[in-house]
Design a protein around this ligand. Structure first.
Ligand code: PBG
Length: 358
């Protein structure tokens, strides 16, 4: 456990309470009845420590070629791949709901997936065209672009492979840098490297500076675990079927937490403006430790498998969908997240508006 307190929360708690007892001067029950504050809805609202609003959400969307096209993602009921014109419309809806940013992920035409992932740095690739179209139509929304090669490789890995099948680090970083540059050139606001290669944040930062993109932000997937929760995402971008082997030589081991601190420290030293933890709910301890340690903008990604679990249980009638969505989202904030990447973003924003919370 971290001994360092969260900067904003622990100070008042220490001022008014003994180390592990009730507030000083209280005689305890019956003078103190914890249920008093919980009795009325207005009082529960008044004493609530953590609030959710649409400004807490980043909405990840999947895009595909074509016009007027949508395609359902079978393992993510309710999520669709959108052609660029539909993505522009979706971005407009998100902005109107008060969602500050979207994150774009491409379903690349299988014919364009190669061993060298060259489509990743084609300035006219699907992502770059989508960024330009959304920027032109919905300039007020922030656009986050993933940097990793898995939507572009013929083998589904985030990096280039050696002859023996090893994921190459430095050669991959060179390609990721080119990918980041075409995205920034297209107008992307935030570059989000999700590949977990060593040194990529520094290389991308230096290249952005040199190319005149000093204001382009970097949100580093700092603590990204080798997780089975990404399965439905790989369906959505079409990389699941082609993935050979696993990603454990670059994504983190789920048993580790100190390693997450080292990863985040490196990314911040290399110029990351924001950090992220992924997956979300099973890794709230990591989120808490990173926020406590670094006190920088820290995000959590409620990933595709988490989305699928909620939707499957809701469809079976085993869980109440909307309650579960809001409960999971507030848990991220309570644990220290400044924001959450979630496929539920527009739905959650509407729910909050409907409840008079936003
Ligand atoms: C690409 C990437 C992945 C996700 C985000 N960026 C998949 C992976 O690393 O295999 C997962 C997101 C999700 O599951 O919702 N590197």
């Amino acid at each position: 456990m971290d001994t360092k307190p969260l900067p904003d929360r622990d100070a008042p708690a220490q001022a008014s309470a003994g180390a592990d007892g009730p507030p000083m001067g209280s005689a305890g029950y019956p003078a103190l009845r914890m249920r008093r504050n919980r009795r009325a809805p207005w009082s529960r609202r008044l004493v609530r420590e953590t609030r959710l609003g649409p400004a807490d959400f980043i909405w990840p969307i999947f895009i595909l070629e074509g016009k007027g096209r949508t395609e359902p993602v079978a393992s993510m009921p309710g999520v669709e791949r959108l052609s660029i014109d539909r993505a522009v419309r979706a971005a407009g809806e998100a902005a109107a709901l008060g969602i500050p940013a979207i994150a774009i992920f491409p379903y690349t035409d299988p014919a364009l997936r190669t061993a060298d992932a060259r489509e990743a740095f084609n300035p006219d690739n699907l992502v770059c065209r989508a960024v330009r179209a959304i920027k032109a139509d919905v300039p007020e929304i922030g656009i986050i672009c993933d940097v990793a090669l898995d939507p572009y490789t013929s083998h589904g890995h985030d990096g280039l492979l050696s002859e023996s099948g090893e994921v190459l680090n430095d050669e991959t970083v060179a390609v990721l840098t080119r990918q980041a540059l075409v995205q920034a050139e297209a107008g992307c606001d935030v570059i989000a490297p999700s590949d977990m290669m060593d040194g990529r944040v520094g290389a991308i930062r230096a290249a952005l500076e040199a190319a005149g993109h000093a204001h382009t932000q970097i949100m580093a997937y700092s603590a990204k675990y080798a997780s089975a929760f990404y399965g439905p995402f790989r369906d959505a971008v079409g990389s699941r079927a082609m993935l050979k082997g696993d990603k454990r030589s670059y994504q983190m081991d789920p048993g580790n937490t100190d390693e997450a601190l080292r990863e985040a420290a490196l990314d911040l030293a290399e110029g990351a403006d924001m950090i992220m933890v992924k997956p979300g709910l099973p890794y709230l301890d990591i989120l808490r430790r990173l926020k406590a340690r670094f006190a920088v903008p820290t995000f959590a990604y409620q990933v595709s498998g988490e989305y699928a679990m909620v939707m499957a249980a809701a469809e079976a009638g085993w869980l109440d969908r909307d309650s579960i969505i809001l409960e999971t989202l507030v848990a991220f904030k309570r644990a220290g997240a400044d924001g959450i990447l979630t496929y539920f973003a527009p739905h959650a924003a509407r729910l909050l508006k409907g409840r008079g919370e936003a």
